[in-house]
Design a binder for this molecule. Structure first.
Ligand SMILES: *[C@@H]1O[C@H](CO)[C@@H](O)[C@H](O)[C@H]1NC(C)=O
Length: 347
């Protein structure tokens, strides 16, 4: 063989090897509704498997959508932190929600993944007019600490949810920061998780405030869903560019931030717009819908003359997981019970 032939075969061999490598790496992702429905039925027969994305994650589950309990147990080995939305603190500092605590689920999920962290959500119901007084009332702190102590052996921390945190700079940020610092100190080694709305403009939060909040929290959830829709016709859930803007905006902070991925959607008709969840997707007659990929937002829609459904599809999910991973961050899901198993298989 001449030198030329050897070089040629070398190149052909390298190309072949490259193609073999690429085809072994890429998981084929279903796209059309009918394909998604078929693959979902297959996914339901499969085992969980391990994480595909080696980044931190956090799943909400709710007592009103019980499918989340089953799915988080089945996929527990892919989940780092799970947050049941059980509790709220009322205006009078009384905890509500102990009646929905699901002890059996806690036992089973810890059995399925002994290193999973259970970090329940506590919603604080505050009144705008007396917000700061409530925050400064030592009873609020005591109520939350008592709750954590009552479940000392079961909870690994607490997730504090109040929309006021997202408007912190409009209030006395210092008082809120002090409250959270005291709370964190009293939690001993248990985790404190906070949450903020995603940014729409770079001035939304003061840099100095964010620095303090992120330092107190073990994790902060940036809500890159519930996109605020300006146009009535709009059906955006979590436009890709906006997710990217958020990842970029928070890049200067080195603390642990998780970015939100929705497992819910909307169904829009001429008359109304309603919530839409994964189980309903399976019930659609696929031959009556076309699947549309909106390039500008990287979102899927299922459409016909009467309805348009915005609901995440496997591509939607993979695009967002990839960019979140690229930025070295983690993700959180609202909420586990509204997704399909195909999503869980991809995580
Ligand atoms: C789905 O829709 C097609 C076309 O409208 C119809 O022929 C078919 O019977 C429907 N299938 C079911 C299961 O309803």
């Amino acid at each position: 063989m001449s030198v030329f032939n050897i070089a040629l075969f070398g190149i052909i061999g390298a190309i072949l090897l490259y193609y073999l490598y690429v085809s072994s790496q890429s998981i084929s992702i279903p796209f059309e509704l009918q394909q998604i429905q078929e693959k979902e039925l297959e996914a339901r027969q499969k085992e969980s498997g391990n994480k595909n994305y080696q980044i931190p994650n956090f799943f909400f589950v709710t007592p009103w959508n019980k499918e989340g309990y089953r799915l988080t147990i089945k996929y527990a080995q892919k989940i780092d932190m799970v947050s049941p939305a059980w509790f709220s603190v009322r205006y009078n500092n009384v905890i509500d929600g102990k009646q929905v605590v699901n002890e059996q689920w806690m036992q089973e999920i810890v059995k399925a993944n002994p290193s999973i962290a259970i970090i329940p959500r506590v919603q604080i119901e505050l009144q705008e007019s007396s917000f700061i007084q409530q925050i400064n009332n030592p009873q609020l702190l005591e109520t939350i600490i008592n709750l954590v102590q009552q479940y000392q052996d079961k909870f690994h921390g607490i997730m504090i949810d109040t929309p006021y945190l997202s408007y912190i700079d409009a209030f006395d940020a210092q008082d809120i920061v002090k409250f959270l610092q005291k709370l964190k100190a009293k939690l001993n080694n248990k985790m404190l998780v906070l949450t903020l709305y995603g940014i729409y403009n770079p001035q939304q939060y003061k840099h100095s405030t964010l620095r303090k909040l992120f330092k107190i929290a073990d994790y902060t959830l940036i809500q890159t869903y519930d996109y605020q829709i300006q146009d009535e016709d709009d059906q955006l859930l979590s436009p890709y560019q906006w997710v990217q803007d958020n990842l970029e905006h928070f890049m200067t902070y080195k603390e642990k931030l998780l970015f939100g991925i929705p497992f819910y959607g909307f169904k829009k008709t001429e008359h109304d717009k309603t919530h839409f969840i994964g189980n309903e997707l399976l019930k659609l007659n696929a031959s009556n819908f076309i699947t549309e990929w909106d390039r500008s937002s990287s979102e899927c829609r299922y459409k016909n003359e009467l309805v348009s459904i915005s609901y995440p599809c496997p591509d939607f999910l993979v695009y967002r997981l990839e960019i979140i991973k690229e930025f070295g961050r983690g993700y959180f899901v609202w909420e586990g019970g509204q997704g399909i198993e195909l999503f869980y298989q991809l995580l």
